[in-house]
Design a protein around this ligand. Structure first.
Ligand code: 5RP
Length: 259
């Protein structure tokens, strides 16, 4: 977090004290405007801030759908503050389930929990239409299931994830292992360059092909097409069921975008 600045660097505090105008004061004011609070926040601090902002959408008595990744981890840590008021959580990965349990939050099976009021998760890329690329952590299939089963999907990202078009981030595709080569050829025919994620298995026992080189102009159409390749379990486009609300963390605060 940014360190508190001394009075000399804060024009508001100076004004309150009616300090005399000195070269030091002028330099302090310049410094304050060049480095306002928040400017030096790291990407992880932005993720934490935006994840904490999502708590506002969680109501008492709810079972909360929880995503996967570093931003989702911050959300889990924040959710722990209200663990006595929620009825549990459904996790989109074994890693998130373990973190939730570590905080003493009950983890429920989606089949037992039924439709969820809310799902909170991060993304690798996001457009202003709230279309997303997800799966950087390899949890895309369970993430897509929990998102589909939720009334409201709140996507929490730092501002570096915002893009005009999806595709610069290699799009993950979860594949049944025996279909790896077949699916890779089909993805190449779509103009992509699929690369096997080495040494990685999903929670479902499958492999991931990360597809480089796509510039996705119609995410809704491509998501449907990729789902029809035999052997594809899930692709990392979240456009048919996009986010409902996107919270974006930046140095100036958390912005809310809705479709
Ligand atoms: C995991 C995901 C994550 O939401 C995505 O990779 C973003 O991760 P992070 O919050 O660590 O930047 O889809 O499968």
């Amino acid at each position: 977090m940014p360190q508190p600045r001394p009075d000399i660097g804060n024009p508001r505090r100076q004004a309150a004290g009616q300090a005399a105008w000195t070269p030091d004061l002028a330099l302090g004011i310049l410094d304050w405007f060049q480095s306002p609070p928040g400017k030096d926040m790291t990407q992880d601090e932005l993720k934490k801030a935006v994840a904490e902002a999502a708590l506002e959408y969680v109501q008492s008595g709810w079972i909360v759908g929880v995503g996967t990744g570093s931003t989702a981890n911050h959300f889990i840590d924040a959710l722990a503050k209200m663990k006595g008021r929620i009825d549990g959580a459904v996790a989109s990965s074994e890693a998130s389930a373990e973190r939730l349990r570590g905080h003493g939050i009950e983890v429920l099976d989606l089949n037992a929990a039924g439709p969820l009021p809310i799902y909170v998760d991060g993304a690798d890329e996001a457009t202003s239409h709230l279309h997303l690329t997800k799966g950087g952590g390899g949890a895309l299939t369970r993430e897509k299931i929990v998102a589909a089963a939720s009334e409201t999907f709140i996507c929490v990202i730092d501002e570096t994830k915002q893009v005009d078009y999806l595709g610069a981030f290699p799009m993950p595709v979860e594949v049944i292992p025996m279909a790896r080569s077949h699916v890779a050829r089909a993805l190449a025919a779509q103009g992509g360059n699929p690369v096997l994620r080495e040494g990685f298995r999903t929670d479902n026992g499958n492999v991931i092909l990360d597809v480089h080189g796509l510039r996705i102009m119609n995410a809704v159409e491509l998501e449907g097409e990729l789902d029809h390749i035999a052997g594809v379990v899930t692709n990392g486009l979240f456009a048919r069921r996009p986010a409902d609300i996107m919270l974006v963390g930046s140095a100036t605060g958390v912005d809310k975008i809705t479709a």
